[in-house]
Design a protein around this ligand. Structure first.
Ligand code: ATP
Length: 714
């Protein structure tokens, strides 16, 4: 019985489905899992720390207000109401809701860009990513293989024409068309490549006019080439029925199959040239077999290396007659037996969008590194082409990596841009080495063996198309199109979520603290209360919430991918935010309190003074939300219409506030009185002071950044 969720690590089989969905064993477990809580994310941890500080601050505030009130012999009920409203105004009630929405919006936006987030913590980690360790085939390249070169023993070099999987094309030797059918050596190589092969070619249909690969594109390309040479794939597979196999092993980098022949059996082997060559003792030249001496070995290695240098994925093919496969001894059981048939070089064009994504990465302080199972020369050629490898960069292969101690690896790590012929188990070591150097690592993977490294990476990224279920389960993000550019897009979204969260926190804290300061100032000065308790509640629950939730919908600013990644240990309220708060909060508090004091001095009734103060504070908050949208840009620069949610929130907030002030029935509830129209304009002007103060600060910062060359915004 194969249970749903069972992972097939290798081989082939046929199965009958006897249960689906919730009736499977895994379905039952899924019911249980749904009830289990997800572990807390680092962000939740940071918010909890912040929450504790707020709790302590609120307790201190409550005690001080009560103490002050009692000292000033105010009626206890009034002091209690003020103390409670102070605490309410200090606690940012909108934070949990807005944070959840920010993350949910991030998940949705990433999904729209083809990155599915499996764990919320990945969003934060994506924003802080400093290194992307990427596979080559399919991620940087299209995974559309075409055989363009064939190397036969004896120094023969053959070029194959044609593109894609369509079996149309010809074979050229020394630029002259060749008669493939009479070339026994080439025929033997291509027939072997058809047998040691699990792929199929799907002919054009009414829906799709192209030939398509079914299975591994590396293998499908071999079928196309054989078909170009007139080999009937189905017929060959029928004549030489497969009896046994050693499936492709990413560690050995080979696969082998055993076939029945009229005279007995045939074993065919294909894989990485150095691995196959290591097992062979003979080579086929024309129709005869010669001993594979060291000179010929060097010749073959040289030819493979030259193909790899042209960014080709190179496979070697070998065969041995009258032999069998023994799963216990594996590939070693074939040592010294096979006859080397030739090399095949497959071209896999780079994805066109990756060059731009690599550029964006570098601009964003994120380093791309290729980690491939392929040959070093192939890896370097592709990395060079895409701008990942640059002058002076190092490429290390699996063998060299093995020979390095951890300390030596740490020393060379900053200049390595390609890890080649990497064993799946070495990927984990590479991830750990980068993390030990302080990097936040995103790593791609598809195979079962990639799972430990994917789980260990800060952001494991599984491939949606080629990825195994095991890899997807170990990863935090699944990229549905297997594309490197999608990972970079996800990093941008991760940064946006984090940035919007910080805007939100700045806004909530600067405004809440301003309300606290106004009330405290009044208590200290012995004035009547500037705001009624219900007005404080209104400011907190309606005025703030109406815009905070919408602040997280802000689109990305132009400079988002031109800044350095967010440091991993940066607190939510960092120095930059505290600095901005230190300017915003007193400005809001001062504008509000000064107007209140002026109203009292001119003999206005306490109800009118409170209504004016309540309105000044609300107007300050509306202007301040515009301030929080950008750290350095003018408040209206990130186009206001770019965030229609915010505009709607502001309009609705204004309408509701006007209702509270001007609708008679609500006046009694909110302790308000209608204000004369001319005063509304004065209040508007006073409320905008915080905007102008921030505008001046931003202008000075922009000037300084321009002088020092640190300016990154557009
Ligand atoms: P990449 O980074 O390009 O995705 P990878 O880690 O997936 O590389 P593998 O698919 O493990 O690399 O391939 C490693 C080597 O194994 C290739 O260079 C090739 O020589 C050989 N190889 C790949 N696919 C097959 C196959 N189907 N049969 C035999 N050999 C193969």
């Amino acid at each position: 019985m194969i249970y749903a969720g069972t992972h097939v690590t290798a081989g082939h089989g046929r199965a009958v489905v006897v249960a689906t969905g919730t009736t499977t064993e895994v379905g039952k477990i899924a019911g249980l899992t749904a009830e289990t809580e997800e572990p807390r994310t680092p962000l939740e941890g940071r918010v909890e720390i912040l929450g504790r500080w707020i709790l302590v601050g609120a307790a201190v505030l409550f005690a001080s207000v009560m103490g002050l009130g009692v000292l000033r012999r105010l009626p206890l009920a009034q002091v209690l109401a003020v103390a409670i409203s102070q605490v309410v105004s200090m606690v940012p009630e909108g934070l949990p809701v807005a944070m959840t929405i920010a993350l949910a919006v991030g998940v949705k936006r990433m999904a729209a860009r083809r990155a599915i987030v499996r764990r919320l913590s990945a969003i934060e980690a994506l924003g802080s990513t400093t290194v992307i360790l990427s596979d080559k085939t399919g991620t940087l390249t299209r995974n559309e293989m075409t055989v363009t070169e064939i190397g036969l023993p004896g120094g023969r070099a053959i070029t194959v024409t044609g593109v894609g999987y369509s079996p149309e094309g010809s074979f050229l030797e020394a630029d002259k068309p060749m008669d493939v059918r009479s070339d026994e050596a080439l025929h033997a190589l291509l027939e072997a490549a058809v047998l040691c092969n699990d792929a199929q070619l799907v002919p054009p249909t009414a829906a799709d006019a192209r030939w398509l690969p079914l299975g591994d594109p590396t293998e499908a390309a071999l079928l196309t080439t054989s078909a170009k040479a007139g080999i009937d794939v189905a017929d060959a597979r029928q004549r030489f029925e497969r009896r046994a196999e050693l499936p492709f092993d990413p560690t050995a980098k080979m696969m082998a199959t055993e076939h029945a022949t009229p005279s007995g059996s045939l074993v065919v082997l294909k894989g990485a040239p150095e691995a196959v060559l290591d097992l062979c003792s003979k080579a086929r030249i024309g129709s005869s077999e010669v001993s594979l001496d060291s000179r010929m070995r060097d010749e073959v290695r040289g030819a493979a290396e030259r193909m790899a240098g042209r960014a080709l994925r190179v496979l070697a093919v070998a065969a041995v007659a009258e032999a069998g496969l023994d799963p216990r001894s594996g590939f070693e059981g074939l040592r010294e037996l096979p006859t080397f048939l030739g090399l095949v070089g497959e071209l896999d064009p780079p994805r066109p969008e990756v060059r731009e994504a690599v550029r964006a990465c570098r601009g964003a302080g994120v380093r791309p590194v290729v980690v491939t199972g392929d040959n070093k020369a192939t890896g370097v050629a592709v990395a060079r082409d895409l701008g990942i490898a640059r002058e002076g960069d190092l490429a290390i292969d699996g063998g060299e990596l093995e020979a390095l101690t951890d300390a030596e690896l740490a020393k060379v790590l900053p200049s390595v841009s390609v890890f080649a012929r990497v064993q799946p188990s070495q990927k984990l070591r590479i991830v750990k080495a980068f993390q030990a150097g302080g990097a936040v690592v995103a790593m791609t993977g598809d195979g079962v063996n990639d799972a430990p490294a994917l789980a260990r990476a800060d952001v494991g990224v599984a491939m949606g198309i080629t990825g195994t279920e095991v890899a997807k389960e170990a990863a935090k993000v699944v990229v549905t199109d297997d594309n490197f550019a999608t990972i970079v897009a996800a990093i941008e979204e991760g940064r946006l979520v984090y940035k919007n969260l910080k805007k939100l926190i700045l806004y909530l804290f600067s405004t809440s603290m301003a309300a606290v300061l106004v009330l405290l100032a009044a208590l200290l000065c012995g004035c009547p209360l500037p705001l009624a308790a219900v007005q404080v509640l209104w400011i907190n629950v309606v005025t703030e919430t109406m815009v905070t939730v919408n602040l997280v919908m802000d689109p990305p600013e132009a400079g988002l991918m031109r800044r350095a990644p967010v440091p991993r240990d940066e607190p939510l309220l960092d120095r930059a935010l505290l600095g901005r708060m230190a300017l915003m909060t007193p400005t809001i508090a001062l504008s509000t309190f000064a107007y209140f004091a002026y109203q009292l001095a001119t003999g206005e009734s306490p109800a009118t003074a409170q209504t004016s103060t309540f309105t000044v504070l609300a107007v300050c908050l509306w202007f301040n939300v515009l301030n929080c949208r950008s750290e350095t840009e003018s408040a209206l620069r990130p186009s206001l219409l770019g965030n229609r949610w915010l505009v709607a929130g502001l309009v609705l907030g204004n309408v509701l506030h006007a209702a509270v002030v001007f609708v008679q029935q609500l006046n009694a509830v909110f302790h308000t009185v209608p204000l004369p129209l001319h005063e509304v304009f004065v209040i508007g002007a006073i409320g905008s002071v915080v905007l102008w103060v921030e505008e001046i600060r931003k202008l000075l910062v922009r000037r300084r950044d321009r002088r020092t060359g640190a300016r990154v915004d557009a």
